[in-house]
Design a protein around this ligand. Structure first.
Ligand SMILES: NC(=O)c1ccc[n+]([C@@H]2O[C@H](COP(=O)([O-])OP(=O)(O)OC[C@H]3O[C@@H](n4cnc5c(N)ncnc54)[C@H](OP(=O)(O)O)[C@@H]3O)[C@@H](O)[C@H]2O)c1
Length: 236
């Protein structure tokens, strides 16, 4: 299978590339093709250092070309650039799957502001409206821009980039997957499940993604408030 990692030059893209490359052809996407190619070379080096018999393929391309030539597209971008890019991907084929691992880590800020007295400043009329404005998940926002809800799968949010990138460590983690199309969910859970010691579980339709994204926000705050390094989750 061809996996396109849009924005794959970043921290999360690197982690996914080196973990998935033993099983799939990886296409790193970037705004700059040269940057994508140089990241692809660097990731290949990491894979070969870890396993001298590694024979996988990692190549670099523009984000749009990487998207067009992939079976599964993983958007490794922060929310705003991800939505801008998704709007340019409306011509995807029906058999392509888009995975959103996106967590809007700043989500807590507008929520906190909205429940205080300065609603007017936030341009919302009521606490209820403020709540509703922020209830759509990142994955649903991506689906809205794409215009293809059933092709969007929400997954991978709770895997820290640093753990993924360090091939000397087994990760031993569970991943929660949300999506509306059963076959697309199956393809993505199997793809993630190929990574040793990572288990992917179907957590329900895409409308539940906001809760999974919320878990990832809570997890990431553990490193800040409880000094837990690279936290992830296990389902027992
Ligand atoms: N980091 C983690 O541990 C982690 C874990 C789980 C989920 N995630 C999610 O994965 C996504 C990527 O996270 P990350 O930490 O890898 O992000 P990142 O390193 O900050 O950025 C990834 C890539 O985004 C591109 N980019 C940056 N600004 C852009 C802009 N204005 N327009 C278009 N592209 C831009 C850059 O690629 P080019 O310059 O090559 O175009 C960059 O390499 C986020 O949504 C995050 O919530 C991250």
């Amino acid at each position: 299978m061809k996996i396109g990692l849009l924005g794959g030059t970043g921290k999360f893209g690197m982690g996914l590339a080196v973990r998935l490359a033993p099983f799939h052809t990886i296409i790193i996407g970037s705004r700059k093709v040269e940057k994508a190619k140089s990241s692809a070379q660097a990731y290949l080096k990491v894979c070969r250092q870890n396993n001298p018999n590694f024979s996988g393929s990692i190549i670099g391309d523009s984000n749009l070309s990487a998207a067009r030539s992939s079976n599964v597209i993983i958007i490794c971008l922060k929310l705003e650039p991800a939505l801008e890019l998704a709007a340019k991907l409306r011509d995807l084929r029906e058999d392509q799957i888009v995975v959103s691992p996106i967590v809007d880590i700043h989500e807590e800020v507008p929520r906190r502001k909205a429940s205080s007295t300065n609603l007017e400043q936030n341009n919302v009329g009521s606490v209820a409206e403020a709540y509703l404005k922020h209830i759509m998940s990142c994955a649903e926002a991506v689906a809205g821009e794409l215009g293809r809800r059933e092709q969007v799968i929400s997954a991978l949010h709770t895997l820290p980039a640093e753990r993924l990138s360090d091939l000397s460590q087994a990760i031993d983690a569970d991943v929660l997957v949300c999506g509306d199309d059963v076959l697309n969910v199956k393809i993505v859970t199997e793809l993630i499940g190929r990574i040793p010691e990572i288990r992917a579980h179907y957590a329900g339709p895409l409308r539940l993604s906001s809760h999974v994204e919320g878990i990832a926000i809570a997890i990431s705050s553990l490193s800040r408030y409880s000094k837990i390094h690279q936290p992830t989750i296990k389902v027992v």
